[in-house]
Design a protein around this ligand. Sequence first.
Ligand code: XLS
Ligand code: NI
Ligand code: NI
Length: 458
Amino acid sequence: MVKSVRVTPSAKLDDTKGSFMATPAFPDITRIEYEGPKSKNPLAFKHYHATEKLDGKTLRDHLRFAVCYWHTFRNPLSDPFGPGTALRPWDDGSNSVANAQRRVRAAFEFIEKLGAPFYCFHDRDVAPEGKDLRETNQNLDAVAKILKEEQQRTGIKLLWGTANLFSNPRYVHGAATSCNADAFAFAAAQVKKALEVTHELGGAGYVFWGGREGYSTLLNTDLKREQEHLAKFLHLAVDYKKAIGFKGQFFIEPKPKEPTKHQYDSDAAACLNFLREFDLLDDFQLNIETNHATLAGHTMQHELTVAAAAGRLGSIDANRGDELLGWDTDQFPTDIYLATQVMLVVLGMGGFKAGGLNFDAKVRRESFEPVDLFHAHIGGMDAFARGLKIATAIRKDGRLAAFMKDRYASWDRGLGKDIEKGKLGLKELEAYMLKKGEADANTSGRQEMLENLINEFL
Ligand code: XLS
Ligand code: NI
Ligand code: NI
C-alpha cells in the first residue's frame, strides 16, 4: 500500500468491531441521493435513480453496478514514474490483517453511501499474503468474516470473486500456463480457496482473467502445451464448483496483452474458440471489459456483439481507455454514446442475469482525495443510467431494428429462405443464377442516416 497515506490521529485504528468504524472513513459525505438533471450538486445523481422503473424493472436491477475493490480500495495511484499519491486516512499502509479488516469497513461505508448494490474482489486485494499458503488462507478467512458481516449489515452483495494469479513472483511465467508445475499447483490451491470464499459470500459469479497466461517470446514457449494446461485448470475449477455446490456463473475475461505481450484469452472470438475447442463452452460466459476491447483493436460494441451472438455475454467491466495512451488506463466511463451502445447490446440479449456492470476503473493519480472516489462512481453510474434510458427509447422507437430487419428481407422469402433452410446446393444456386443472369440490385447501407437517428435520442 502507498507510503504517503496519513492516518487521521482521531481514528481508532484497531476497532473493527461493531457495525461501523468508530470514526467514519468518509465523515463529510452522507448518502448520495438522486436529485435529477437540474441539480448542480456534484455529490448527487442526476440520472441514476435506483428505484425508478423502466420496462417494469428498476434501474438498480437493470444496471447491477459493482464497486471494484482492487482499484477503489487498493490502488495507491502510482505510475511507472512515481509512487502512489492516494490519501486513504483509514488505511495505515501496513500489511496487517487488522488493517485489511478496517479497510473492509471503509469500503462498505463507501459502497453503502454510494448506493451500489454489488462489489467485486480478488483474494489478494482483500487480505494480505502470509508466510505460506496455510497462513494466507487463514488471513483470507479472517477478512471474509468481516466481508460477510458487512454484507449482512448493508445488504450489499458480491457480484463476483476472483483470484490474483499474477502479482506474486511465483507466477512470473504464468499460473495455469506456467512451465513450472508447482506454480500451477499453487494457483489451483488459490482458486480452490477463492471459490470457497466466493461461495460462502453468496457470489453471483466468479471471474477468470488470465493474469500472466500468455507469453513474452515464442522462443521459449510451448504454446500448445500451455493452452492445454489452461484448459485443464479450468476443467478442474468446473469440477470443484460442482463438488461444493457453487451455483454462481463462471466468466472468462478477454484481454489481448499486458502484462504479457500476447495473452491467450486475447479477445471474445479467441475465448469462444478456446472454450469450444476444450469443451468448456457450457460452463463459461464472457466478462467483457471496454479497455481490453480497445487494446485488442476492437470496439466495445464489437466485443459485446460477438459474445452475445454466441449466447455468451455474461458481464461487463465498465471503464474506458485513452486514445493517446496505449495501455490499460482503466478510466471511469463517462461517454454517453458508448454507454448507449453497451446498453443496446445488453437490452438486446434480455438484460443481465448473473452479471452486471463492474467499475474496473481507477481515479487518476492527480485525483488523490477520498471524495474523488465518489465523483468517479457517480459519473459512471449517471453515464450508464443515461445510456440505459437512451437505449430503451431507441428500442421503443423501433426504427433502428426495423431498418436492420428490412435490410435482410431477401432472406425472409423465396431463395434466401430456401438457402437458410438448407434446401439448395451449389448446383441449384448456379441454375438459379444462369436463369436470372444477374443478381438483384443492392440498396444503400444508410450508415449516416442511422448515425443521425441515434443522435436524435442523445
Ligand atoms: C486486468 C483485469 C482484471 C480483472 C480481474 O486488466 O481487468 O482487473 O478484471 O482479475
Ligand atoms: Ni477487468
Ligand atoms: Ni483491465
